[in-house]
Design a protein around this ligand. Structure first.
Ligand code: TGC
Ligand code: FAD
Length: 398
């Protein structure tokens, strides 16, 4: 397969540092060589490519924008480019890396004790230990403030009771970051979002188990599980002490949503490039279909939307590095870029005609994946409402 050259209509490459280009090109080559040849088969069989975990670790992909503990300490642009290239391979692969780094490792780094960080972050950076992030529940998806999982303080630690649903890497993980409300914390009403705290629950702890969710038509090369916490006893040292209230998991989501905004650009690039090449080679009515005005319009609109999405994340990266990226800005990028990628994937599928429905082409796989990406980490409409609140000052959720 020829090396992917990128989609860069506005010469954004010229704005990158040598290090940023190097990170992008290294991951790009790896995705071409190691992911694209196998991902179709994994998708078909519904398996996660676990064999790639050590290679991802050698690429420095886990917690790559964190500092210390063996993490690569990348800036926001380099980190974003890494996510872009991974998702050019498959959204499931980017999800796996996002959950490990931006959700599980970030939660430990931001809210954990020194002992928790020392214990988990170095092996997680090496990919030897895997993490997951349990916020969503069967009855609380868009509205995590209402979550029903409860932790009861005991003399030795906590007893956790509840279920988490749709958890990426749930059954693969050695440690789950579980969000629960402490029901007997003096001074905090047990059902209030202020009672939400984060716990590190290890695989093998009695009362804790994970069951995979089957029948997915999207993100098939990713493990998605339900976590069951049935009288699950953990020690005092399981609590992430600095995570208090709903704001704590939402801060983790900001990190993951940021990576998704970049990742979606990668999926869109893959679909655009596939459609562009197909339009040049597919002959109908004696001419390449790319010579017809309607097909050219489609390609022109795809390229325009990708370019707008690239500009959005590049500026967002600058704001993030300056510590000025606000969460509604991250919402706009996640929402816009995933919608852009979905539109590009759908149009690519159309340009490929019947061939576009085959799993040997990339666009339908990306299209199916992006339906999940549109929903997780806050649905498209929830991000619209976050922006609506930002604009009007009036929350639509209450
Ligand atoms: P609300 O009253 O708006 O907020 C509570 C407090 O938190 C503050 N806040 C944030 N802080 C940091 N970052 C954010 N993104 C924040 N959003 C809000 C807010 O200012 C407030 O602070 P304070 O000081 O006033 O107390 O809370 P709400 O209950 O009305 O809900 C708001 C809403 C709907 C935006 C939020 O709950 C939400 O984002 N819902 C979507 C849920 C979601 O995204 N779940 C994702 C689960 S993880 C996942 O999907 C992983 S997928 C795998 C992968 O990543 O690849
Ligand atoms: P609901 O909240 O029930 O929403 C259903 C519909 O109602 C949506 O269209 C939504 O936009 C709309 N809606 C809801 N509230 C409003 C409102 N106020 N106004 C207007 N419309 C509204 N979660 C984790 O915690 N960890 C993970 O690792 C994780 N991985 C995931 C992996 C996959 C493949 C998927 C599909 C999901 C994953 N999730 C994970 C869960 C994900 O975050 C939720 O699916 C998402 O937050 C939406 O929740 P829900 O599915 O319960 O939908």
């Amino acid at each position: 397969m020829p090396q992917f050259k990128g989609v860069d209509f506005y010469g954004l490459d010229g704005l990158l540092s040598d290090e940023e280009r190097m990170v992008r090109d290294t991951v790009r080559e790896w995705v071409d060589d190691r992911v694209l040849p196998v991902i179709g088969q994994h998708y078909r069989e519904g398996t996660f490519p676990s064999e790639l975990i050590p290679e991802l670790s050698r690429l420095g992909a886990f917690g790559s924008n964190l500092r210390g503990y063996g993490c690569a300490g990348l800036g926001s642009v380099a980190y974003g480019l890494l996510m872009q290239e991974l998702e050019r391979g498959d959204s499931g692969l980017r999800s796996f890396v996002s959950v490990q780094g931006a959700l599980a490792m970030y939660a430990m780094d931001a809210f954990g004790t020194d002992a928790q960080k020392e214990r988990w972050l170095p092996p997680m950076a090496r990919g030897e230990k895997l993490g997951c992030f349990g916020l969503t529940e069967p009855d609380f998806g868009s509205n995590p403030a209402g979550l029903a999982t409860r932790a009861r303080k005991t003399s030795q630690g906590y007893v956790i009771q509840g279920n988490k649903m749709w958890i990426t890497s749930g059954s693969l993980a050695d440690v789950a970051v579980v969000w629960a409300k402490i029901e007997n914390d003096p001074g905090v009403e047990g059902a209030s979002p202020d009672a939400i705290r984060g716990f590190l629950v290890e695989k093998g702890v009695p009362g804790f188990s994970a069951q995979d969710i089957h029948g997915k038509l999207s993100l098939r090369a990713s493990v998605t599980s339900e976590l069951l916490l049935d009288h699950c006893e953990v020690g005092e040292d399981a609590l992430l002490p600095a995570a208090r209230g709903l704001k704590a998991p939402l801060r983790c989501l900001n990190q993951a949503r940021y990576g998704i905004a970049w990742g979606a650009v990668g999926a869109a690039m893959a679909c655009y490039e596939e459609a562009r090449q197909y339009a040049a080679s597919r002959i109908q009515f004696g001419r390449p279909i790319g010579s017809f005005q309607l097909v050219q319009k489609k390609l022109a609109e795809m390229l325009t939307e990708i370019t707008k999405a690239q500009l959005l994340v590049l500026r967002l990266a600058q704001l993030k590095d300056q510590g000025q990226a606000r969460h509604p800005q991250i919402s706009m990028a996640k929402m816009n870029n995933v919608e852009t990628a979905l539109g590009v994937a759908r149009t690519a599928r159309d340009i490929l005609g019947a061939a576009g429905i085959l799993d040997e082409c990339q666009c339908f796989r990306h299209l199916c994946n992006l339906e999940s990406v549109k929903t997780y980490e806050g649905t498209h409409d929830i991000h619209l409402l976050i922006l609506g609140e930002e604009i009007t000052g009036i929350p639509a959720f209450a």
